[in-house]
Design a protein around this ligand. Structure first.
Ligand SMILES: *Cc1c(COP(=O)(O)O)cnc(C)c1O
Length: 405
């Protein structure tokens, strides 16, 4: 089927109108920074001019700023397959990982093994390493194994298994349900990082009996650069977990200014400080797009988009597919290997096809089914072919490394 026919046949095609995207740009990096929803700018200027500028401190009550973390968490919960009262929006993914890992380890004493996958996203590994250093010798043992060793490595020493559902490099998808069950069989808790999943993969955190989860607001959820992250804690665990960043917003009664910390009931105890109101309003507004939208439709289109791109690119000389060839275990991205991947990506970006580069030799293309079309996929694939076949990427300007790749 041709690209235009696929577009005509696309039940999500109309969603593109909800985003501001520059003309002549094919944006295949929504897995790193989601596009700007058209509604966000107006909400932010109203928040700045009226709520901040005029209503000032009164806005914490009048405009309910104080409940934004809960409100945004509740809006996100259906996208994660979580019932009410289990998701809150706060901090960054890194900080949320720290809070939940620390709480889980404390809860699981005397177990001390925290297990992950060797090529998990670095921040996930670093936060565990930092926690291990903080805890002191012998208290926490952070262990990492290859993806295919996870099941075998699970034993009754493991306090917590923390994994990312979609691998950031190659897009390989883990089976959350199966791995969660295996972890529970040995008495371990699970912490899933959903940064590359939420908004593109159908999630059923409740049905899969997931204990803990975190994820980013700025990727497929389109919350804007550095958008606040979220965390999920299974309802019956909430009262038993104590996170160490005991800030006043996590206190039972922040405005009693009690000198002693008493954690709030429910999800509030996972907050630390004051919410970043402007950033959270952007995410709150962006999430409206997901209201009433069936994530399965997004997943179906995502698989077709990635497969179309794979079909059009993997015969290009020098290109190797680094992502799984089976779309069922591939996230909403395609990673292609090429010896000059960095330069080829720079050449693509100059031509308006924006993806990114990951060390040592991967070009990463993210497909956001709410705004990417099959015609764009085709155009991107043609540009890639031409840039490689003509050697255009060898021009000196494409060899200079930038700080963010
Ligand atoms: C993007 C991403 C993060 C980012 O964490 P921040 O604290 O927001 O910088 C963390 N984990 C994974 C798996 C990611 O993909």
């Amino acid at each position: 089927m041709k690209a235009v026919e696929r577009d005509a046949d696309d039940p999500l095609a109309l969603y593109r109108e909800q985003f501001d995207l520059p003309e002549k740009v094919i944006y295949l990096d929504g897995n790193s920074l989601g596009a700007l929803p058209k509604t966000v700018a107006a909400v932010l200027s109203r928040t700045i001019e009226q709520e901040w500028g005029v209503d000032l401190i009164r806005s914490w009550n009048q405009h309910d700023w104080i409940n934004l973390p809960t409100q945004v968490g509740e809006k996100l919960a259906p996208v994660l397959g979580a019932a009410t009262g289990q998701v809150i929006c706060t901090d960054s993914t890194s900080v949320n990982l720290f809070k939940l890992m620390a709480a889980a380890i404390q809860f699981q004493k005397p177990r001390k093994v925290v297990m992950s996958q060797r090529d998990n996203f670095p921040t996930d590994l670093y936060m565990a390493q930092g926690l291990q250093d903080l805890a002191g010798t012998g208290r926490i043992e952070h262990k990492t194994v290859a993806a295919d060793q996870i099941v075998d490595a699970l034993d009754e020493q493991v306090a917590l298994l923390h994994l990312t559902q979609v691998n950031f490099r190659d897009g390989q998808v883990h089976d959350i349900k199966a791995l969660t069950r295996r972890a529970h069989d040995v008495g371990a808790l699970v912490l899933w990082d959903l940064s590359h999943s939420a908004g593109v993969l159908p999630l059923q955190l409740d049905d899969w009996e997931v204990d803990l989860a975190v994820g980013c607001g700025y990727k497929y959820l389109n919350g804007g650069p550095g958008a606040p992250a979220y965390l999920f804690v299974r309802r019956d665990l909430q009262a038993q977990l104590h996170q160490p960043l005991a800030g006043w917003m996590g206190h039972q009664t922040p405005f009693s200014f009690d000198p002693n910390y008493v954690p709030a009931g429910g999800m509030q105890r996972f907050l630390a400080g004051t919410p970043s109101v402007l950033a959270m309003k952007a995410l709150d507004t962006a999430l409206d797009i997901y209201q009433g939208l069936d994530v399965q439709l997004i997943r179906d289109k995502s698989k077709r988009l990635t497969q179309f791109f794979v079909d059009l690119t993997t015969d290009i000389p020098g290109i190797m597919l680094a992502s799984p060839s089976d779309p069922d275990v591939r996230g909403s991205q395609v990673s292609l290997q090429h010896p000059a991947a960095y330069s080829v990506m720079q050449a693509l970006i100059e031509r308006g096809v924006i993806g990114d580069f990951r060390e040592p030799d991967l070009m990463r293309f993210g497909f956001a089914p709410l705004y990417n079309s099959f015609s764009e996929v085709q155009e991107a694939a043609e540009q890639l072919r031409e840039i490689i076949q003509t050697g255009f990427y060898q021009e000196p300007r494409f060899q200079v490394r930038q700080q963010v790749t």
